[in-house]
Ligand binder design. Sequence first.
Ligand code: DQQ
Length: 532
Amino acid sequence: MTELTHPLATVPRDQLVARAEADPHRPRFHFVSPAGWLNDPNGVSQWNGTYHLFYQYNPEGAFHHRILWGHATSPDLVNWTDQRVALVPSEGPDADGCWSGVMVDDGGTPTLVYSGRHGASELPCVAVGSPDLLSWTKAPENPVIPAPPAGVDITAYRDHCVWREGPRWRQLVGSGIRGRGGTAFLYESADLRRWDYIGPLFIGDASSGDPAATDWQGTMWECVDLFRAGGGALGDHMPAAGTDVGTDVLVFSAWHDGDTRHPLYWTGRYAGDSYSPRDLHRLDYGGRYFYAPQSFADGAGRRVMFGWLQEGRSEAAMVEAGWSGVMSLPRVATLDAGGDLAFAPVPEVALLRRDHVRIGPRAIAGCEVLSGVSGNQLDLELELELEPGSVFRLGVLGAGVTGSGANFGGGAAEETVIEVVRPAGQPAASAAVTSGDSCLRLDRSRSSLDPSVDADEKSGPVNLPGGRLHLRVLVDRSALEVFANGKPLTVRAYPTLGGEAVRLSADGTVRLLRLDAWRMEGVFGGPRPLFP
Ligand code: DQQ
């Protein structure tokens, strides 16, 4: 049965917004919920030119319980207006929560397909929107699929990807088959209400790889998202002569036994009723800090993706702060030359830039604190050239930093350090440089004096063609998004000293071709109603 008050609801509702707004760690130019809990992006879309972002929302407090669908709209993907809550649990299949889902255009009628939670089960439900997308009516047929596939021993069953293919709708529901691996079950329908089960689109292998590894597939796939990247449409195998057939990308969030691990994607080919995978990739080197992504094709044909930046602090700290969860900046996914995805924040993010500073070109010698560039709401864009056997470091959110010495070792009371390593190709002179792939690292070992926050290092490979690096770093208080030659690494950091210094350092030869820095404007004017 639905509880009226949750034991974690210790902050009175009328104090949640003020509590959240007072938190110095709360981002200002990322989308956050008015207060309380936010998790997955849902129903991301553009409708009559306006962008819509729905999200998993608990206005009762900063904990995951009895989830609603929050809703915000934007003309440009960066400035958001709260709209009234779209879905609220009610008697029936979603009595215990309106979990993740998508929005589709059903012949001019906005329609949500989501997971209704009742007790411990989640089943597909539908809701139909008014023409302005502000009022939603649940379909009397809910749940539109009455049970998971019979005779299959599943680990879980929820979340949806729905698309039109010819005269019919197709749907994937995320799941996992016990003893085998994660999967997505494929269904087909003429009307979004009656669904025929086709079968698993493709079954992963949970026994392959190390369960502790950053690319382990998990035992269940949450938030499956299938799309065509680089040409043509999903299910279209005969593009016009001279057009690229593209790659079919299957994104999922690897889950195991209640543990939200990391987002991954397959590249491969979707044809008929199945998916032939080619390669498995990590979607964001920050792992769980960019979880449950969902994407859509906007009017300009861009593949725009949002993800949920989970917190790196304790449940008690979140509850106390009165808010939890950040939506990523929207990022555009494209296919790179190697056939993998490359990501960049949507260009509209530039609308929030203020007070431009440019530095370079020049060599980086040793370690220096930048003058004229500091803050905790920053957009930094760097063009660099790294010689073999060099390391470039960029420190942000620094407090008590010094500019002396050859590198960052010590010299800061708090600092979050982004590092890009170009190996020498043979055993390198500097102990900091190892042979192997070029890589991006994020060192949080000195991010915070608070010992209770997560400080794990994050890293992953990057290509540095000819030593060239385009580095984009977005700092928004506790939210950090880094893009190194299109490879994203998203994390959270919780400095305690309010540091705003930015430092650069190099081991070996690194040329700074250009550094552009901006202070970023906040997108919300002040406190927002908990129930818009
Ligand atoms: N969160 C939702 C689920 C989804 C999970 C519930 C992923 O639908 O599987 O809030 O974070």
